[in-house]
Design a protein around this ligand. Structure first.
Ligand code: ADP
Length: 621
């Protein structure tokens, strides 16, 4: 009786028994009604029929007697008719006797019997006269003796007819009442059956549906993560068992989750400990630029006393605007690889001057959407210090080189010109080679000195307003001869109305002429070199495009580094030491600009650099 199956079977069995009882009750009522109607019809209708037929047979006996008194040709025919109808009369009389059940009809029946006995006697007397051939006398006798008895008998039969007809009418309201009673009984039984069905349904709902609904609701809440909830075990049936099993499962799930949370927390603590103990600064932000984690290096230097920073917007916590700008730039999808490799970040506090190399990484999830940004501020203070010392050393060294190099150069020139006597072929060869080495060494010393001055910030620069077209012309003029010698075409395309830039003319023209010299070196005769200048957003963009042999993609990233030279078959230029682009980069960055290259082997190269315009000179604040 504990299972849902048993409960459902029991309920449906009860409902079936109820329906059967209501059905039997209806059949019983209809059967009673039928019997009643049948009894009325059987008794009274039979009597009405018998009375009617008795009257008819009496009539026919009268007619047979009268026909015989008329002296008909065949007296046996009327006699036969008479006897035949007398039998009929008796037959119907007996039928009436059989059906009459009402006590009130019993005297009437006796009267009919007595009256018919009298009629039979008078009819027999008349027939005796007829047999004697006294037709007239017989006729007279008929009217005097037979007819009055016949009339009385007919009246009695009519009474019997009318009584039974009235009894049939009387039975109608009784039948109606009985039919009503049967209908009422059926209605009551139907209402009882319906009421019991509703009770059974409510019981079934309470026993089965309610716990099922409660179970569903709880399962939903547990599914949403409320593992502390328990399902009440309301019954011992299948739902009760299911609830018990579900509670066990939730318990296991809770334990499992706790173990997992502990594991995750311990892993998180481990990685935080690692991040917190590294000497570089680490900033981790989420997709909306809110702080996920800052390590103590960052907190101490850039957000002292900021408290718990997790979840707060980066700009609210980090005081240094440069860091916020760097991270913000990394959120822009169209950021180029050069932009995400910014230069050094100098930071000064009571502890001294710090140098950081920022490294930005966009963190994307498996679906490719941005999860956050990781900024590692590599502490390069010591390296920068060493670099500065090295630059100073190189500057001193290259400076010291210049005086002896000038004297060697002069000596070689004097010897070469034969002022101290003519040179033989071998001597001339050696002196030419020494001259070439001197040139290379002088160029190296000059470039090293320039680079070390730029790196140490000791280069004296002028800030003057420059017309870009003029600077380009100034840079290219000394190279015109080389273009003609090598058979190369030079094109200059400067956008009209270009705003003036603010920089040192010597430095900017050094960059342009270095880029054009490189293009000259790496483009075969018949090619074209185009120098372009145009207005970009808040900046002026200068490009040097050539149709030379181009640069392989694997070299593009390091081409602006110091002493990087990519050997090519056509390279035969003396004095190349791989410092030209490194110096150009230092100069461009000195003015807050950027330099980059686009190139493909066999398709030429385009070196571009942009110089930001000061506010009020075509640039908007
Ligand atoms: P260098 O003074 O030796 O030319 P640079 O720093 O100017 O040094 O250039 C570095 C390297 O870049 C060169 O060795 C050369 O292979 C490559 N390079 C520079 N400009 C071009 C160019 N326009 N086309 C092809 N390669 C170039």
């Amino acid at each position: 009786m504990n299972t849902i199956r048993a409960k459902i079977i029991l309920t449906f069995t009860c409902l079936m028994l109820l329906s059967l009882a209501a059905g039997f009750w209806s059949i019983y009522n209809f059967y009673g009604l039928g019997t009643k109607v049948n009894n009325i019809l059987r008794d009274n209708y039979q009597s009405v029929l018998a009375a009617e037929n008795m009257m008819k047979s009496l009539e026919r006996q009268d007619i047979a007697l009268l026909d015989a008194s008329e002296g008909e040709a065949d007296p046996r025919a009327s006699g036969g008719k008479f006897w035949e109808n007398r039998d009929l009369f008796f037959y119907w009389y007996n039928e009436a006797v059989r059906s009459v059940s009402m006590p009130a009809q019993e005297p009437l029946r006796d009267s009919i019997r007595t009256a018919y006995g009298l009629y039979a006697v008078t009819a027999d007397s008349m027939r005796a006269r007829l047999d004697q051939g006294a037709f007239l006398e017989a006729k007279q006798y008929y009217y005097d003796a037979v007819r009055p008895v016949s009339d009385r008998l007919r009246n009695l039969c009519l009474r019997l007819f009318e009584i039974n007809q009235a009894a049939m009418y009387d039975a109608m309201p009784r039948t109606h009442a009985f039919a009503n009673q049967a209908a009422y009984g059926m209605m009551v039984s139907s209402v009882i059956a319906l009421g019991l069905s509703v009770i059974a349904m409510l019981w079934l709902t309470r026993v089965f549906i309610t716990p099922a609904e409660q179970l569903t609701e709880r399962v939903k809440q547990i599914g949403a993560g409320k593992l502390d909830l328990k399902i009440d075990v309301l019954s011992d049936d299948e739902i009760g068992q299911l609830s018990r099993e579900f509670n066990k499962m939730t318990e296991r799930l809770k334990r499992f989750e706790q173990i997992n949370i502990e594991k995750i927390l311990s892993e998180k603590r481990k990685s935080e400990a690692i991040v917190d103990n590294i000497s570089d600064g680490v900033i981790m932000t989420d997709a909306r630029m809110r702080i996920l984690h800052l390590n103590p290096v960052v907190t101490d230097l850039f957000a002292p006393g900021a408290g718990d920073a997790a979840g707060r917007p980066l700009a609210d916590v980090i005081r240094d605007e440069r860091i916020v700008r760097l991270v913000r730039a990394c959120y822009q999808e169209n950021i180029s690889p050069e932009e995400s490799r910014p230069g050094f970040l100098e930071f000064e506090n009571e502890g001294g001057l710090y140098s950081f190399k920022p490294r930005l990484t966009r963190i994307v999830d498996s679906e490719g959407s941005l999860f956050g940004v990781l900024l590692v501020l590599q502490d390069v203070t010591q390296f920068r210090e060493l670099d500065r010392m090295k630059s100073d050393f190189i500057a001193t060294l290259s400076h010291e080189f210049r005086t002896p190099l000038t004297s060697i150069n002069m000596t070689v020139d004097i010897l070469n010109q034969g002022i101290l006597g003519p040179l033989n072929g071998r001597q001339k060869e050696l002196i030419d080679s020494a001259k070439e080495d001197c040139f290379r060494l002088t160029k190296l010393a000059r470039e090293l000195l320039q680079l070390s001055k730029l790196e140490s910030g000791k280069l004296q620069v002028k800030n003057e307003e420059l017309d870009v077209q003029g600077v380009i012309q100034f840079s290219i003029r000394p190279l015109q001869l080389q273009f003609a010698e090598k058979g190369l075409r030079l094109q200059i395309e400067v956008e009209p109305g270009l705003p003036r830039i603010v920089a040192d003319e010597q430095q900017i023209s050094w960059v342009i002429s270095n880029l054009v010299t490189n293009a000259l070196k790496h483009t075969d005769s018949g090619g074209t070199i185009t120098v372009r200048a145009r207005h970009d957003v808040n900046a002026v963009l200068i490009e040097v495009e050539d149709t030379g042999h181009g640069i392989a993609p694997e070299h593009l990233a390091k081409i602006f580094d110091k002493f990087v030279q990519i050997k090519h078959v056509s390279d035969a230029t003396p004095g190349s030491v791989g410092l030209g682009l490194a110096i150009a980069k230092e100069i461009v960055e000195l003015y807050g600009g950027r330099i980059w290259v686009q190139s493909a082997p066999g398709k030429g190269s385009t070196f571009s650099f942009m110089l930001p315009l000061p506010v009020g000179m075509g640039a908007t604040a």
